[in-house]
Design a protein around this ligand. Structure first.
Ligand code: 5AD
Ligand code: SF4
Length: 441
């Protein structure tokens, strides 16, 4: 039995694709191993969203080449594979096959071809749409938490972003497929599902004849209600696109207890001038209005975000606007990135005029402002009871269990292994910088 080691970089869509590949490999008689050294096949699922992410592919293949006496079969999938295609064979020695983002269902065929003696196998073809979600022994990152793709690709073309090129145009999965998938996951014991996509709230399914289903402004909130009706314990969704974040999404959350109180809404910048150059389609005021509504909701909804510092042309004054936005919004968490020019994107043609040193300074300063605001904001959990899905034993202490709250905060608490897989009420006793600590109520 050939052993396959899968290394995954990047977003949840990549994690989901890797799970899907692992499931089909296992169903075809391969063994999935967590030990790279003993694998016959090493498959790297790549990310190209920032230069650093892309560099990881080069480093990983280099390490494999240098550390193994017998070189395993090496395959590359994901965004770098899609963008670079066959040129990867020339750029990096030791790659045997390349599979694009839309061909993940055919990794087994690619491996078979390599074993048949074909050199430099590449498949950048279209996605097949008859994937069978009913597989019983699906390989997932957790038995209790599952990712459910609802929309793939992106039509937004923010000027800094490579995703519309690596993942193609938006394609929404049929609502019936999604609901069936969730029901199947529930039957298998999953407690929490994440509806995932680059922009989940741009969800807009079509019939076979190209007609739009779910007429009206927000098919996504209708989908949320349909998924809530499956009765699965917890539903989370990300990422949301600010321009399409309509108030009825908040109504759906308010009406359904199993829709969790967490929204990830990337603001990217606090300056209208920069937002315009990024082509984000929202102004900072329109963003504030949306989150004001979110904060007024009956549920205590946690808000997280993504921010880029040092975008071309970002002045000190623009950066001050971003700091003010962070203070105003009170994010529960923010992922902050230094702008990274991506060849092929419109921003790549703009002068990258904020020096690396300045980007670093702005990054550090914004992290400081966010941490300060976050610490204040998280105090609201102190002494409160939160419901946590117990996912695993903590990696730091064998006496502790780790899981996530409904607001998607990482929570550690003392408890026995028997709790794993259960929803546990935990009283929060301590606020740490990136997690909460509590005890079972
Ligand atoms: N440089 C820096 N950050 C980027 N992101 C996307 N493209 C770039 C880039 N070229 C960030 C955005 C996005 C997150 C997933 O990655 O903030 O929301
Ligand atoms: Fe990239 Fe913008 Fe699409 Fe998000 S919405 S994936 S940032 S182009």
């Amino acid at each position: 039995m050939k052993k396959v080691y899968l290394e995954t970089f990047g977003c949840q869509m990549n994690v989901s694709d890797s799970e899907r590949v692992a499931t089909s490999l296992a169903a075809s008689g391969f063994e999935i191993t967590s030990i790279q050294d003993s694998a016959d096949i090493v498959l790297i699922n790549t990310c190209s969203v920032r230069e650093k992410a892309e560099q990881k592919l080069y480093n990983t293949v280099g390490e494999i080449r240098n550390s193994r006496l017998v070189k395993p079969v090496v395959g590359v999938m994901g965004c770098v594979a899609q963008l670079e295609g066959e040129t990867l064979f020339k750029k990096i020695a030791g790659i045997d096959f390349v599979v694009g983002t839309r061909a993940v269902g055919r990794v087994v065929h690619a491996i078979e071809k390599v074993y048949d003696g074909v050199e430099q196998v590449s498949d950048l073809g279209e996605r097949e749409n008859d994937y069978d979600w009913s597989v019983n022994d699906a390989q997932r990152h957790s038995p209790y938490v599952a990712f459910v793709p609802i929309i793939e690709g992106c039509n937004k073309f923010c000027t800094y972003c490579i995703v519309p090129f690596s993942r193609g145009r938006e394609v929404s999965l049929p609502a019936s497929t999604i609901v069936r998938h969730v029901l199947e996951l529930r039957r298998q014991g999953a407690k929490e599902i994440h509806l995932i996509g680059q922009n989940v709230n741009s969800y807009r399914p079509k019939t076979d004849s190209g007609m739009e289903l779910f007429h009206g402004a927000t098919p996504f909130s209708r989908l949320l209600r349909a998924v809530a009706a499956t009765g699965i314990e917890r539903i989370k969704f990300n990422t949301s696109f600010p321009r399409d974040f309509h108030p009825d999404i908040i109504d759906a959350i308010n009406e359904n207890e199993n829709l969790c109180n967490w929204v990830h809404l990337p603001v990217q910048s606090g300056s209208d001038r920069v937002l315009k150059r990024m082509k984000r389609g929202h102004t900072i005021d329109s963003y504030f209005k949306k989150i004001d509504k979110l904060k007024d909701s009956a549920r205590d909804v946690a808000l997280t975000t993504d921010i880029i510092v040092g975008f071309p042309g970002e002045t000190e004054a623009d950066f001050e606007d971003t700091k003010r936005a962070v203070e105003y919004c009170g994010f529960d968490m923010a992922y902050i990135f230094k702008y990274s020019p991506r060849p092929g994107t419109p921003a790549f043609e703009m002068e990258d005029d904020v020096t690396l040193g300045e980007k670093k300074l702005r990054f550090i300063e914004l992290e400081r402002v966010q941490k300060e605001s976050q610490n204040k904001r998280l105090q609201r959990y102190l002494g409160k009871k939160v419901e946590v899905l117990a996912e695993r034993v903590s990696s730091r202490s064998a006496d502790d269990i780790t899981g996530h709250s409904t607001c998607h905060k990482l929570v550690n608490f003392q408890g026995s292994k028997d709790l794993i897989g259960k929803l546990v009420d935990v009283r929060i006793r301590e606020i740490k910088s990136n997690s909460l600590f509590g005890e079972v109520c």
